[in-house]
Design a protein. Structure first.
Lengths: 281, 268
């Protein structure tokens, strides 16, 4: 077919056609078979056994936003992977964390990264943060058929808004419904516990480092009560992925930095296993 | 019905080539040179929005002269091709050679198809490697031929004269500042031998910088950074004026700490 990249003839007409700056639209038009989630699935009883990623948390601070995710991927009762990456930079000023069916989620992130890069190259400027969040919404909606068969992908999108000069968080549901979250958000199987922890610990006056500690505490609590969320693996030195997005762009905290924070969180838990206590009133 | 005049195929092709060449010659020139840390593109372009030099992929850039709408559609086509290929396989599998090949096929097809008018464009596709020896540069004239270039190259109107001026003075180990100043010097020479003054706001400068830590090596050089690069240190001006004719004597200008400090100042 003309979409074949091996095709050594001239560029097919679709490549030279003026119009959309969206790679997703181009692919939908030109090679829809390569989009994730577009295949018709046979009807199956129950959920399909596939690798699932679990808890993602994000929290804002003055000057940016922190996104973090645990490292566990599960398949039923089994731990499929201990060091999976679930938080990805999507461009210089945004990141996405994914919960749900790992295979589809990773593909979706790859496509989303490309979507932002493609727009930037074709148009010569970057999309607004709101625009990026909307594009992600459309792409999740495209996966609705799969989601209804149990292969759902639920991302958490966060970025630094260059216009408003602050960090912002967007959460999604499987139908692509998008809502902006104020302060903090969590998705995935451990999100209920993580959200509880964030609620008690997060406030806007925290520094970047303190916010990173708060999200680590939240992930610790999620791992404490949810079997599908992995806690920091001190023996193997596998720590949650923590990244910060500020006016200077995306930065993934190094393992040494996260290791230090994890160390102090762990030490605190040796004294207070349930974590820091909030005042009653 | 009247019989159409017979036109020999040679004549028809020569006419089409002539047509395309005239179109390209009307455009302002663009030069590309290798420097120590990458590949620099310098174009005379008063517009801030309509670019002649653009990013295609991580290590690949595209530059063109001629008719804007024609090369713009080729640029977007190339971006789509590269992104689709990188998405289907891997980012590493997108190469300048593959892209140049597909541009050559496209231009060649259009040039020889009687149903279409030839594109009045001349393209450059460059890929920056880990070392200068691994840099790849392809020049693609209007007819779909493809020329492997090294060192420096000029396209557009007056490109022969600019190209030979550059060829005599260009050195592979130049700093970015030296390369850009040489490019501007070459561009500001008119075909009748007179010189014009080209200022920062008439220039479009971009680089593929192999030292750039990001995966995407393309970067535009704008505003203050460009002005700082164009600033010629006084003593250097003296050396180069003396060395202008002999060419080889330019090595004496090499240990110029002043030129380097200009570059690093531009970096922050």
């Amino acid at each position: 077919m003309a979409a074949n990249s091996h095709h050594q003839g001239r560029l097919p007409a679709a490549f030279l056609r003026p119009g959309s700056s969206s790679f997703f639209d181009f692919l939908t038009d030109h090679a829809p078979d390569r989009l994730p989630g577009r295949q018709a699935l046979p009807a199956v009883e129950g959920a399909i056994e596939a690798v699932h990623g679990t808890t993602i948390v994000a929290a804002t601070f003055d000057g940016g936003v922190v996104v973090a995710g645990d490292r566990r991927a599960t398949m039923g009762n089994m731990i499929a992977q201990r060091d999976v990456q679930k938080v990805f930079p999507t461009d210089e000023y945004s990141a996405v964390g994914i919960a749900g069916t790992a295979g589809i989620a990773v593909e979706l992130v790859k496509l989303f990264q490309l979507e932002l890069e493609h727009f930037e190259k074709v148009e010569g400027h970057v999309l607004s943060l709101e625009g990026k969040a909307n594009r992600l919404s459309t792409m999740i909606r495209g996966n609705l058929g799969m989601a209804m068969q149990g292969l759902a992908v639920v991302p958490l999108f966060a970025g630094y808004d260059l216009e408003r000069e602050k960090g912002r968080i967007f959460s999604y549901d499987v139908t692509g419904g998008r809502s902006e979250e104020l302060g903090f958000a969590a998705v995935g199987s451990g999100s209920v516990f993580a959200r509880g922890a964030l609620k008690k610990m997060h406030h806007e006056e925290l520094s970047e480092r303190e916010t990173a500690t708060v999200v680590l505490q939240a992930l610790y609590d999620a791992a404490d009560d949810d079997s599908a969320t992995g806690g920091p693996d001190l023996a193997r030195r596998i720590y949650p992925i923590v990244s910060a997005i500020t006016a200077d762009g995306f930065r993934r905290l190094s393992d040494t930095e996260v290791g230090e924070l994890v160390g102090s969180v762990h030490e605190g838990r040796l004294r207070l296993p349930n974590g820091p206590q909030a005042p009653v009133l | 019905m009247s019989t159409p005049f017979y036109v020999s195929p040679q004549q028809a092709m020569a006419d089409r080539a002539e047509y395309a060449r005239k179109g390209i010659a009307r455009g302002r020139s663009l030069v590309m040179l290798q420097y120590a840390d990458g590949i620099a593109f310098v174009a005379e372009n008063p517009s801030r929005a309509l670019h002649k030099v653009s990013e295609i992929y991580d290590r690949i850039a595209f530059a063109a002269t001629g008719k804007y709408n024609e090369y713009e559609s080729l640029r977007i086509g190339g971006t789509r091709y590269a992104d689709l290929r990188g998405y289907t396989y891997d980012r590493e599998d997108v190469t300048a050679r593959g892209l140049a090949n597909i541009y050559a096929q496209t231009l060649g097809n259009i040039f020889s198809s009687a149903a279409e008018k030839p594109y009045e464009v001349e393209l450059l596709v460059a890929e920056v490697g880990e070392t200068p020896a691994e840099d790849e540069i392809y020049r693609l004239p209007h007819d779909g031929s493809i020329i492997d270039e090294h060192g420096s190259v000029a396209v557009g109107g007056n490109s022969d004269q600019i190209g030979s001026y550059l060829g005599q003075r260009h050195r592979g180990e130049m700093s970015l500042g030296e390369a850009v100043r040489l490019a501007v010097e070459a561009l500001s020479r008119d075909s009748n031998g007179s010189e014009r003054e080209l200022t920062a706001d008439q220039l479009e400068v971009a680089v593929l910088d192999r030292k750039r830590p990001q995966q995407r090596k393309f970067k535009r050089v704008l505003g203050r950074e460009l002005a700082a690069l164009l600033q010629r240190p006084e003593e250097q001006a003296g050396t180069e004026a003396g060395a202008g004719e002999s060419g080889g004597a330019e090595t004496s200008g090499d240990p110029e700490g002043s030129g380097d400090s200009g570059d690093s100042a531009a970096g922050d």
